[in-house]
Write a protein that binds this ligand. Structure first.
Ligand SMILES: [Zn+2]
Length: 174
């Protein structure tokens, strides 16, 4: 399996998120060539801002290995992690994070903040950005375009309300 193959798995999870009107972000954790954790964004359905794809994938991976750290594990995530997830990545000691597309408004792996590269913290995972970037970016743009509806306005009141709720979180892709 290549990095692109694993990113494709993360993209499948992002698609699953978009199908239930969650912002399409997916993540997988790989150890020794095997996927041990999967996650997709669930913030809206769980009404929990902590329910990002990366947090869910890391939690599942930790449960699967029965440990409390993800040493020798890599993450593949379609969108650059936010400050919360980047902090969790440092805490869990992930070896490397492969990122699909950068997030110019909220990314914390070098775009807005550089939590994963901060030398004063005790761990710096390796970061690689741009795995299947066009696909990872497209799914976000299409999601917001569809939600916003045609002619710059949303199709109905419910859509507009939902759009306003989530737009501020991901406005780099509007
Ligand atoms: Zn996050």
């Amino acid at each position: 399996m290549t990095p692109e193959d694993y990113m494709r798995q993360a993209l499948d999870l992002a698609v699953e998120a978009s199908e239930v009107r969650e912002v399409p972000v997916g993540a997988v954790i790989v150890k020794d060539g095997e996927i041990i954790g999967r996650g997709r964004n669930r913030t809206f359905e769980t009404k929990n801002p902590l329910a990002h794809a990366e947090m869910i994938a890391m939690t599942e991976a930790l449960e699967n290995i029965g440990g409390w750290r993800l040493v020798d594990c890599d993450m593949y995530v379609t969108l650059e992690p936010c400050s919360m997830c980047a902090g969790a990545i440092v805490h869990s000691r992930l070896r490397k994070v492969y990122i699909g597309t950068p997030d110019s408004k909220a990314g914390a792996c070098g775009s807005v903040l550089d939590i994963t590269g901060e030398k004063r913290l005790n761990h710096q995972p390796e970061i690689e950005i741009g795995i299947l970037q066009p696909e990872c970016e497209r799914i976000l743009k299409e999601f917001f375009k569809k939600l916003r509806g045609k002619k710059g306005g949303t199709e109905d009141e419910k859509n507009r309300e939902y759009f306003d709720t989530i737009a501020s979180d991901s406005d780099a892709f509007l």
